[in-house]
Design a protein around this ligand. Sequence first.
Ligand SMILES: C[S@@+](CC[C@H](N)C(=O)[O-])C[C@H]1O[C@@H](n2cnc3c(N)ncnc32)[C@H](O)[C@@H]1O
Length: 253
Amino acid sequence: MKASSSRAFLQRQLRSLVKRGGVSAADASGSYAVQHLPEWMAKRSFDFDRWRRLWVERNPRNDRADLARLVMFLENVRQIEEEGIAGSVAELGVYRGTTAKLLHELLPGRRLWLFDTFEGFDSRDLAHERKAGDFRFDDTSLEAVLRYVGASVDVRACKGRFPDTATSVPPGETFALVHLDADLYKPTAEALAFFYPKLVPGGLLILHDYGSGAWPGIAQAVDAFFADKPESLVRIPDKSGTAILRRSKRAAI
Ligand SMILES: C[S@@+](CC[C@H](N)C(=O)[O-])C[C@H]1O[C@@H](n2cnc3c(N)ncnc32)[C@H](O)[C@@H]1O
């Protein structure tokens, strides 16, 4: 055996040992859920580390380990690309741009609409909440987000309170993927009414915080809106209880 191939063999053995030992130790501690990547992402030909680094670099500390959510975005994007689902991408609730940047990097050729006050929650929206949490999300700015996400011609950032800013979207615009992450009942209810009819057949609506219980207004708005719609939600086992809805392939838009 050549020196290089025996070194590679030893490295593989060592990696496997660490993996098996690490999983057992974490499992025995009872405090970790050890997650395996989907097999296609674990292949050498897929650079998962690149996406993991992007995920970690701006995410708040308590969200960095939520790899299930990152993997969900990777799977969603793969699905609409493979199935040729055309349309723009939109996000309501951008804050400092973590998920916006990820979406822009994952779907570089698509128009990306970003809606946020870029100054935190609006007090008129907070008036509809039973209890307002500690977060305000006001430590950001449009300029800083554009620098981070990349101010390409495809990025359309709409600063202000949604739905006031929805007037920037031309009437014929349609969406393949919409990510709602505004935390509050009012903007979520408004966004559902605005985006659902513009979601193309097979398009994805990603509803962050649906099942977390941290922001009860989300489930309230979503359940009321979809009560008379043909589609149903699928819950994702990530940290914040994301739910996904896929627009019916028979939908007429
Ligand atoms: C949880 S943060 C978004 C997090 C972001 N997706 C990320 O990756 O870090 C929620 C954001 O929703 C925005 N937001 C809430 N209500 C809004 C409204 N009516 N109009 C515009 N933005 C709103 C807040 O300003 C805040 O930045």
